[in-house]
Unconditional design. Structure first.
Length: 281
């Protein structure tokens, strides 16, 4: 017959092992590659999960920017992280000369299928390497829409991107950042949900942790293999971004909280910042 103290010891060891197992599982849930976006954005599952992004919204946003910020004047515009090209196409239809750049070949292929004309121009490229792709002062406007910046783990990569934007902007040019509104993200955070879309069933966890907004996405791919990706963007407010802009000599001009161009508030759904490069270059 087992002595009571022996049975107590066994139960204690089991609890310890279970606790360790749960910690390992949680740690695995948030494991991420430094350049997680390289692989994830090029998957079919990524495009399925985010297929709700609609062209009408992009058309409205492009028109609002064009009218409010440039009085409808045609601009040479670079769309960073252009994805499938919905914003680039909308700006193009308003008469702007548009170049869209994205790291994902699948996204650029989808963008090119939107139009058969010469405008907009789409190319595969890394926003950290803008000085290699474009001459100095090539564009009047650079946009980063629908949270297409803030991914880089290495501080130098973010600095390189900002300096690249400054390089390609003409003196007095405009940079537009459309980002998550941090107070709203924290207030509305859904920690766990299951999403069924197409042939995929996504198990999604979210958290704000260590200066990052993170989304862990698990699913089974079309070959029956378990897949896991973790999206990570900087948990930065408008003040953080304003400081980053100042580091390259830009002045924050406006802060909007939605695609209707209302002023930014704590409960706004988006954080849209408009910065200007010095007219002196």
């Amino acid at each position: 017959m087992e002595k009571p103290w022996t049975w107590f010891k066994i139960k204690s060891q089991v609890r310890t092992l279970l606790g360790h197992s749960q910690r390992v599982m949680m740690n695995d849930l948030w494991k991420s590659d430094t350049d997680w976006f390289v692989k994830w954005f090029n998957t079919e599952a990524y495009h399925v999960l985010y297929d709700h992004r609609d062209q009408e919204e992009a058309i409205h946003l492009a028109a609002a920017f064009s009218e409010k910020l440039w009085n409808g004047q045609a601009k040479h515009l670079l769309d960073l992280g252009c994805g499938a090209g919905r914003h680039a196409e909308a700006f193009s239809k308003l008469g702007h000369a548009v170049t869209g750049i994205d790291l994902s070949k699948n996204s650029i292929d989808a963008a090119k299928s939107l139009t058969s004309g010469s405008n907009p121009v789409f190319q595969v490229g890394d926003m950290r390497l803008l000085t290699k792709y474009f001459p100095k002062a090539s564009f009047d406007v650079v946009t980063s829409l629908f949270t297409s910046m803030g991914y880089f783990h290495d501080e130098e990569d973010l600095k390189r991107t900002l300096h690249g934007i400054d390089h390609v902007l003409r003196p007095g040019g405009t940079f537009i950042l459309d980002y998550l509104n941090l107070p709203r993200v924290i207030a509305d955070l859904i920690q766990q949900e299951s999403v069924n879309k197409g042939a995929y069933s996504f198990d999604i966890h979210r958290r704000v942790h260590g200066g990052w907004i993170e989304k862990s996405i698990c699913y089974t791919d079309n070959q029956g293999l378990n897949q896991h990706h973790v999206e990570r963007v900087r948990a930065w407010s408008d003040l953080h971004w304003a400081e980053a802009f100042q580091s390259v000599g830009w002045q924050l001009q406006s802060a909007f909280g939605d695609y209707m161009m209302n002023n930014l508030k704590e409960d706004s759904p988006r954080c849209i910042l408009v910065a200007q490069k010095s007219p002196c270059g």
